[in-house]
Design a protein around this ligand. Structure first.
Ligand SMILES: Nc1nc2c(ncn2[C@@H]2O[C@H](COP(=O)(O)OP(=O)(O)O)[C@@H](O)[C@H]2O)c(=O)[nH]1
Ligand SMILES: [Mg+2]
Length: 329
């Protein structure tokens, strides 16, 4: 019988810095340990997996919808495969920022995993600037995430005023039972020591919204290869959000600047992509109206995803993207 695998959930809203934090933690990973990462994204395209693929860990994705809905069987299947394949010394889970973590915790702490996993501290990342918005404080998913977290971490502190950080501290200190720790970071610079210990287990019960379907209920089909279908567009909706994504053959290359202008004028919350551009592979990230482009490792598929609070004109966007595509030969 193997030792139960210490497991940590990294929670937080869309764009707060969860994937960045996991990349940072992987840099700190002791060389003799092997780690595994389970990611679930709201969209169907699987970009965080691609962003983590060049790190030294085994990454598995559960695409589609919100993890509270896939927290049952799809998650158990993904998790079982990952554990079996990687036999990791630690497991990190990044659920979609759009979702309730309580269901995931129920799955992770059920009978089946009792001897397999031990749930360590749940880390909740928060952008202190968002606390000024009453809609955020009232948001059911945000509240569920904050209540579940054992440790609350203010990230993006480089973008925060002293007043915003003060507000965060006061808010974080107001929880009962009190949080194990409250930290401030930038660029997801979590410390390894924060992962040690046990989840307190005072979880809110899953909210009622779980009992009504809030996104499509189709089974999770494996993605079609871009060799067979070089241009694929996929969409998803749920929890008041819409995603529009593409999986593209790398023979299409896109001019960087024009690509960033693709959604100009549209109400976009988040753009993520790992894309073959005319100047090489690039990771594109737009969160809170901040754009970042970094070079990325070579992939087998270009992926792009847009998340918005209302449906996007998918045909018009697809047409614009096709016009940007350079095809060699
Ligand atoms: N300025 C700033 N940007 C950050 C910080 N942490 C993350 N980011 C950026 O925020 C964007 C979203 O980060 P990501 O980790 O993908 O968020 P996730 O959706 O929670 O996984 C990326 O462009 C990151 O580089 C931070 O502390 N400060
Ligand atoms: Mg992420």
């Amino acid at each position: 019988m193997q030792r139960a695998i210490p497991t940590n959930l990294i929670l937080g809203f869309l764009g707060v810095g969860k994937t960045t934090a996991i990349r940072h933690l992987l840099q700190l990973k002791p060389a003799h340990e092997s780690w595994a990462i389970l990611v679930n994204e709201f969209g169907e395209v699987g970009i965080d997996g691609a962003l983590l693929s060049d790190q030294n860990a085994v990454v598995r994705e559960i695409p589609g919808g919100c993890m509270c809905c896939v927290a049952g069987l799809p998650m158990q299947i993904g998790l079982n495969r990952l554990i079996h394949q990687a036999r990791p010394d630690r497991l990190l889970i990044e659920p979609t920022g759009l979702g309730h973590p309580s269901q995931i915790i129920q799955t992770l702490t059920n009978e089946h995993y009792r001897d397999v996993l031990t749930l360590g501290p749940v880390i909740g990342l928060v952008d202190p600037r968002r606390l000024a918005d009453p809609r955020v404080l009232e948001n059911e998913q945000f509240r569920d995430q904050a209540a579940t977290a054992d440790i609350l971490v203010a990230n993006k502190t480089d973008l925060c005023s002293a007043g915003e950080l003060h507000h965060f501290d006061a808010w974080a200190q107001g929880f009962r039972p009190t949080k194990r720790a409250i930290h401030h970071t930038r660029n997801g610079q979590l410390q390894l020591a924060w992962l040690e210990g046990h989840h307190a287990g005072t979880d809110p019960s899953p909210p009622d919204s779980h009992h009504r379907p809030h996104h499509h209920e189709e089974p999770l089909a494996p993605p079609v290869s871009v060799e067979d279908q070089p241009w694929q567009q996929v969409s998803n909706k749920g929890l008041g959000h819409f995603s529009l994504g593409w999986r593209l053959h790398p023979r299409f290359t896109f001019p960087e600047t024009e690509l960033l202008a693709l959604t100009a004028g549209l109400p976009v919350l988040r753009i993520k992509g790992v894309i073959h551009t005319t100047s090489g592979w690039r990771a594109i990230n737009v969160a809170d109206d901040t754009v970042s482009i970094t070079s990325a490792s070579r992939q087998e598929v270009s992926r792009l995803e847009i998340i918005s609070p209302e449906p996007l004109p998918s045909e018009a966007l697809d047409e614009r993207l096709r016009q940007l595509a350079h095809r060699p030969g």
